[in-house]
Design a protein around this ligand. Sequence first.
Ligand code: FDA
Length: 313
Amino acid sequence: MLRQPLLLLARSSQVKRLVSTMPVSAGIVRGYVPGESTDAVVAATAALVDDGLTVTLDHLGEDTTDRAQAEATVAAYVEVLKALAARGLTRHAEVSVKLSAIGQFLPDEVAPEGGHRLALENARTICRAARNAGTSVTLDMEDHTTTDSTLAILRDLRKDFPETGAVLQAYLHRTEDDCRQLAYEGSRVRLCKGAYNEPESVAYQDRLEVDRSYVRCLKVLLAGQGYPMVATHDPRMVEIASSLASRFGRQPGSYEFQMLYGIRPEEQKRLAGEGETVRVYVPYGQEWYGYLMRRLAERPQNLSFFLTSLISK
Ligand code: FDA
């Protein structure tokens, strides 16, 4: 019942201004975001790798309407990729990028070349830095109005950087089809349920329907030729993915499980202990507001911890 209002709040710039002066170290934020700086996130990555996990880093930020901020985000990715390489971590760590953080939504006055084109060029810079560091990029997926643009950018990037992956969201009606299009050799697809507030016209609203779609998409991806990345904390989906992987003759290492930092960490280690590749999505930076609100929408029982952190700030 609280999911929709919390997702609406996730996009409210007024509430964002009000609460985002709270540092990452405060209260509930710390449970989901290990730090603000490159040094902090590289240290968190090293600790996860020591535990037998792999990592994808996300420099927090989205819906950027300021060109300088988009450029600062690109610079932050280049810096963290160099830092990961210097610590010898890029065999185990890649980066995830939200195209709206690097210009996809910039208005024409700010980006005369168009937001789509600017985001593509900025993503290219990050892919080049990832390639030089010995790793890869995965494009996050945002609300449905960005799906076509994001998949078009993926196609363009893959011409020069075929290691680039993308996220697909099972709650969208179109996704089973998108999975079919992307289930080819060399293609990396991270399948998640979807975290935005979407209308009935494009997305399943009922959780059971979303789960059924997730399983249909898993079947397409695991039966296909690509590299599926099963991004979920749902024990049922993890179990179904494991049995489908055996049914389609996939060995561990020809697909992977992915979970968010701070969510079910024991399960992450258990799966890794069983020989599965498990990647932890680690967000860092100061722009934690939208990310945290989506996590609260998934688990409204954590709302009281969040409000307590605000009051005691
Ligand atoms: P869901 O929220 O439906 O929960 C199902 C069950 O999982 C629960 O009943 C519980 O048993 C268990 N569970 C879930 N959360 C738990 C918790 N906090 N503690 C304990 N148990 C818990 N979304 C998007 O729109 N675009 C994107 O680019 C991405 N990227 C992304 C990357 C990665 C690596 C992950 C894991 C997720 C995303 N997401 C995302 C978010 C995704 O769409 C989704 O909102 C969340 O993963 C929550 O959905 P679940 O599949 O985890 O299950």
